[in-house]
Design a protein around this ligand. Structure first.
Ligand SMILES: NC(=O)c1ccc[n+]([C@@H]2O[C@H](COP(=O)([O-])OP(=O)(O)OC[C@H]3O[C@@H](n4cnc5c(N)ncnc54)[C@H](OP(=O)(O)O)[C@@H]3O)[C@@H](O)[C@H]2O)c1
Length: 266
């Protein structure tokens, strides 16, 4: 199976190059970078810290998609629409894990899923996806007497907030209560905020150091607190999951899938 990596020079992109290169059943078909980036023209595997492969980082993502069975996109939201359109045009399976997409970018990913298999997940980690399931179940069992707060800690370079995983946990918590997150989410608290609104789902965002991601969902009741936590210590949990998603997606009919589908949790 031929896999291409867009944004192959990023933190996740370089790890994905290593992951695909190490997978016996996969062949790295190339990598792309931002047009104008000094990375363009460099060797894809060498810039990731491996031996040179002869594959050259391209700024022509279209050329990459022409020669792949699947493409993994953990890059930037600004490139999501372009990559989704290319996946649809070339019938290439797309694994999309970039966070911070706006409505138009998300619509482009969903439009591509009408033409090819797209696995989209804010977290490719098995543990995080299990946590999302447990959050929905716990919210359903505990009900509205328990206040839900979602806390995340990420490395200092993360550019968007809250994380895609926090939002997925929030949506799962709301779904467990038969509600919509948009009606319940509280993203900011500052100054005279008054008492906590009944049923609110609060988000708290911490940034610092080099953590690849920690999330805790707190269910705070009267007399007890239930917490569900996941702490990543290596970014490889995301790249392993992304490659597993690519393996799964190739050959699937067109559609928008999640890691729940890949992991058989759906
Ligand atoms: N779903 C998951 O499991 C998961 C896990 C971890 C991270 N993520 C997400 O993955 C994304 C990337 O994270 P990161 O830490 O790797 O960020 P990063 O280090 O900033 O990498 C982003 C890469 O994309 C490149 N890029 C920018 N514009 C591009 C374009 N038009 N075409 C191709 N490449 C382009 C950047 O190049 P320049 O530096 O030259 O601009 C950079 O190399 C983030 O949205 C993050 O939240 C998802």
């Amino acid at each position: 199976m031929k896999i291409g990596i867009v944004g192959c020079g990023g933190t996740m992109g370089r790890l994905l190059v290593k992951e695909v290169a190490a997978a016996e059943d996969c062949r790295l078909s190339g990598g792309s970078g931002r047009p104008g980036s000094p990375l363009i023209g460099r060797d894809v595997t060498e810039q990731a810290g491996l031996e040179p492969s002869g594959l050259i980082v391209t700024d022509d993502a279209g050329a990459l998609f022409r020669d792949c069975d699947a493409v993994i996109d953990l890059s930037v939201a600004g490139a999501a629409s372009h990559h989704a359109e290319l996946a649809a045009a070339h019938g290439v399976a797309l694994v999309h894990g970039t966070s911070g997409l706006d409505a138009a970018q998300q619509e482009a990913v969903e439009a591509a899923a009408r033409h090819t298999a797209v696995v989209q997940s804010s977290s490719m980690s098995i543990g995080v996806n299990l946590m999302v399931e447990l959050t929905e179940q716990t919210a359903a069992v505990l009900g509205e007497d328990y206040d839900i707060e979602i806390v995340e800690l990420f490395h200092r370079n993360k550019v968007d907030a809250p994380s895609g995983t926090s939002l997925a946990l929030g949506r799962a918590a709301a779904a467990g209560r038969g509600a919509d997150l948009d009606a319940l989410a509280v993203f900011q608290r500052d100054g005279e905020i008054g008492p906590r609104p009944a049923g609110a789902i609060g988000f708290a965002v911490l940034r610092g150091g080099d953590s690849p991601g920690e999330h805790t969902v707190i269910f705070a009741g009267a007399g007890e607190r239930v917490e569900i936590a996941h702490k990543a210590s290596s970014r490889s949990i995301y790249t392993q999951g992304a490659v597993a998603a690519a393996r799964w997606a190739v050959g699937q009919p067109a559609g928008l899938y999640s890691m729940r589908d890949v992991l058989g949790l759906a």
